[in-house]
Design a protein around this ligand. Structure first.
Ligand code: ASP
Ligand code: MG
Length: 416
């Protein structure tokens, strides 16, 4: 039997490495696959270096890793060749972005490998791009013609797990079918771990982080929020899509397909008040907040008693590759939200739409109430009453799966 343990950036510290030693001990007799993210903030630094922003230097990145290596009692020379390679790659005329991003995970995993060696634990460090492959080519990615996040774990994992008790690998990094390095979207190490657990039919997947689990509301916004101890896959998927930040949205499905439970665990708190995500049905309500959205309000009197408007409007979104999240319509209007950050794209689309419709655009936050049978839930009318006092609700939306009621409101969230 195998277990897959994924440690996020905030867990890659001296204390986090001690937790890894404990977990290796606790899982003795099982095959263990350890998936790591980059050290906390390192992917952000790599992006900033690539974009030639001046807020970080490569020395900042070196310092973060040297400090960790010193804290765990090792000498740092073993990462020097990787740093040199990164330096060269960064200053090439044509920067290979996914390759540069991969250095974060390459560094963290080699540090763990050396740490385990020093603690007399033998493990095998496997290149994550060998394990996680995509079914599309680089050309398809560049042409924007690959339509889904189609990644899978290669069969070679069986071989590695058969030969080794402990396998360490990088999250986040993959290879296309024509062998180019490609990364998952931000936070994608969870998905790497889930794909591996699913392939191996593991006993469980553990996601180690710096919180105890999934909360029923963002604890930074709502003081009396609580951990949800048992969450079913579907509700968790809905929450991940509507702003829960603990898990990468693509990480649930691979485990769900094999009915593998996902445990969220806190590297710095060993009490057992955690979240377990499984097929066990659950009807708790939770409140998700998703900031940084925009809402397009598109109206025209011509819409009434005529056809083709929705198709026409959405075709324009498609042509600008702008992802729509929430949609509502009336006889004369279509409202659509997006998280697109590229202001140029947004303004061009607005201009294009304005040729045919009246268009207004607002910044908004989405507040979603997530649970089973939302429409029938007795608490919902009470919530509507509370929100009535808010003068800038742009959209109220019931999701088609009856699991989510969303309000798009002006982002003066402090009004709550
Ligand atoms: N290092 C990557 C990121 O920061 C992937 C991950 O942490 O899961 O997004
Ligand atoms: Mg994460």
């Amino acid at each position: 039997m195998s277990v897959v343990l994924k440690f996020g950036g905030s867990s890659i510290t001296k204390d986090g490495f001690e937790t890894i030693l404990n977990e290796i001990e606790n899982n003795k007799g099982k095959k263990i696959v350890i998936v790591l993210s980059a050290v906390y903030n390192v992917t952000n630094i790599l992006i900033s270096l690539m974009e030639r922003k001046l807020n970080y230097t490569i020395q900042n990145l070196v310092d973060i890793h040297y400090k960790l290596i010193e804290e765990i009692g090792l000498k740092h020379s073993f990462i020097d060749s990787l740093i040199e390679e990164l330096n060269k790659d960064l200053y090439k005329e044509k920067v290979n972005k996914p390759k540069i991003l991969s250095y974060g995970e390459l560094l963290s995993t080699i540090i763990l490998y050396e740490y385990l060696k020093k603690n007399n634990i033998s493990s095998s460090l496997i290149d994550g791009t060998e394990l996680i492959r995509s079914s599309f080519s680089m050309k398809e990615i560049i042409d924007n013609s690959c339509k889904s996040q189609n990644f899978y774990c290669d069969d070679c994992i069986f071989n590695y797990v058969e030969k080794n008790e402990i396998v360490i690998t990088q999250g986040f990094i993959t290879k296309t079918k024509d062998n180019y390095i490609y990364t998952l979207t931000r936070g994608g190490s969870d998905t790497t771990a889930s794909l591996i657990a699913s392939k191996l039919n593991s006993e469980r997947l553990e996601i180690w982080t710096d919180v105890n689990g999934v909360f029923d509301a963002d604890p930074n916004v709502i003081k009396n929020s609580n951990i949800i101890n048992n969450l079913d896959y579907e509700l968790c998927q809905e929450m991940a899509g509507m702003g829960a930040k603990v898990l990468h949205p693509y990480c649930i499905r691979p485990c769900q397909m094999k009915n593998i439970p996902i445990y969220i665990k806190n590297t710095y708190d060993s009490n057992n008040n955690n979240t377990i995500i499984s097929s066990e049905y659950n009807n708790k309500l939770s409140l998700m907040l998703d900031r940084g959205n925009k809402v397009f309000n598109i109206t025209s009197l011509n819409m009434w008693n005529d056809y083709g408007f929705v198709a026409d409007i959405f075709l324009k979104f498609k042509n600008y590759s702008i992802d729509i999240n929430i949609i509502t319509t009336s006889q004369y209007s279509v409202l659509a939200t997006t998280k697109e950050e590229d202001e140029d794209k947004i303004m061009s689309l607005k201009e294009e739409l304005s040729r045919h419709y009246d268009v207004s655009l607002f910044n908004c936050d989405l507040i979603s109430i997530i649970g089973r049978d939302i429409i029938q839930n007795k608490k919902i009318p009470h919530l509507f009453e509370k929100l009535n006092n808010h003068d800038k609700i742009y959209i109220t939306h019931f999701s088609s799966n009856n699991m989510c009621l969303t309000f798009a409101i002006s982002n003066e969230i402090s009004a709550y």
